[in-house]
Design a protein around this ligand. Structure first.
Ligand code: NAD
Ligand code: DAU
Length: 334
């Protein structure tokens, strides 16, 4: 089976490629990645001799047409993925997340290739902190940020290509991932590497915003479950019941690193900051029989801290520039 993975040099895509090479040796993997600031060839070093790598853009129609024609399955991870960046400059989000997805859809339509679309729970907007509800496959779309609105738009393109052209596609919307190879701009790696470099973790606003954490390997095992057993045209929510507020996460990171739980700063809040995400993954569990392997967030976090401790050469080159960018807008609150 010939598999094309877009965005395979990014956080989730690289872990997906590792898992696929490890567990499905019969699959021939080709990665298409533009190697933006978020892409890192080194994330694929452990599998470099087992895959093909193409440096290119998902919005390059000629290149995408050629690669899709040679594939049996496309899994589309490539995206501009960081909310804070989308607030500073939305343009690449529109280009990659919308035009890039459109370009892939046209190619899979032409060559009748099976397609899986990776998306986010952020398309549903946010929930109140005291609302017992969780997102389901029927929750109305209500995205808040330039990032989440372009992801929502890309999902709608996929649904339209399924209905109008019979494209053979499935979609998944997952909650917040954590684990190895995540860029230091994101919340958990940022705080871990802050502590490891003697900097105080930074909490936006009150620190009470809630995210629903899932280990990246669980996200990726769910993606394979959907590809293997999911119904064409359908959407599946992926989550592992990992709700935690940001302050609790920072305190746990500090504690696991042997530091005092109070050694963090509150900083200026993200504009339009979504309050809470929470996934109800009943459909994935009951219809497809998927189960997460990482049920203990604290243990998964401890393993992730160990990974960052032992892979300083992977993240250190990006740390200074990332913090310099944050310091242009971020102010410590009194
Ligand atoms: P990431 O930013 O770590 O990686 C994105 C990858 O896409 C990078 O390797 C980058 O070089 C590549 N890329 C960007 N623009 C490209 C283009 N035009 N052409 C080809 N490659 C391009 O992102 P991530 O966190 O791994 O997220 C992967 C996917 O999963 C995204 O679609 C994201 O919306 C979705 N998602 C992420 C999370 C999360 O918690 N990180 C949760 C749910 C869904
Ligand atoms: O829900 C899935 C989404 O999760 C994905 O679609 C996105 O690609 C991914 O980036 C993530 O979005 P978030 O905005 O939730 O993740 P981020 O890591 O940027 O922030 C997580 C929470 O932590 C959020 O409430 C903002 C807060 N935060 C973030 C940073 C970087 C802080 O308090 N301090 C920080 O320094």
């Amino acid at each position: 089976m010939r598999l094309l993975v877009t965005g395979g040099a990014g956080f989730i895509g690289a872990n997906f490629v590792h898992q696929t090479v490890r567990e499905r040796p019969e699959v021939q993997v080709t990665v298409l990645d533009k190697l933006t600031y978020a892409g890192n060839r080194a994330s694929l070093d452990p599998v470099a001799d087992k895959i093909a790598f193409v440096h290119g853009d998902v919005a390059d129609a000629e290149l995408v047409d050629r690669l899709v024609a040679d594939s049996d399955l496309v899994v589309h991870f490539a995206a501009e993925s960081h909310n804070d960046n989308s607030l500073a400059n939305p343009a690449p989000f529109v280009q990659t997340n919308l035009v890039g997805t459109f370009t892939l859809l046209e190619a899979v339509r032409k060559h009748d290739v099976r397609y899986h679309h990776i998306s986010t729970d952020e398309v549903y907007g946010d929930l109140d902190l005291d609302d017992p509800a969780r997102f389901t496959e029927t929750t109305a779309y209500n995205p808040s940020s330039p990032y989440s609105s372009t992801k929502a738009g890309s999902d709608l393109l996929v649904r339209a290509w399924v209905r109008s052209f019979g494209v053979r596609a499935t979609l998944s919307n997952c909650s917040n991932n954590y684990g190895p190879y995540q860029h230091v701009e994101k919340f958990i790696p940022r705080q871990i590497t802050n502590v490891l470099t003697g900097v105080r973790p930074k909490l936006y606003g009150t620190g009470r915003n809630v995210r629903d954490w899932i280990h990246v390997d669980d996200h990726n095992s769910a993606v394979w479950t959907i590809i293997d057993k999911g119904e064409l045209g359908q959407t599946y929510l992926i989550g592992a019941d990992g709700e935690a507020d940001n302050r609790t996460v920072v305190e746990t990171v500090l504690e696991l690193c042997g530091r005092n739980k109070t050694e963090f700063d509150f900083v200026t809040d993200r504009p339009g900051h979504d309050l809470r995400y929470a996934i109800d993954a009943t459909r994935l569990r009951t219809e497809l029989g998927w189960r997460p392997r990482y049920s203990n967030f604290r243990e998964g976090l401890a393993a992730t801290i160990d990974w960052y401790r032992s892979h300083e050469q992977w993240w250190m080159p990006h740390k200074q520039a990332t913090e310099a960018a944050y310091s242009r807008t971020e102010r410590v609150l009194g």
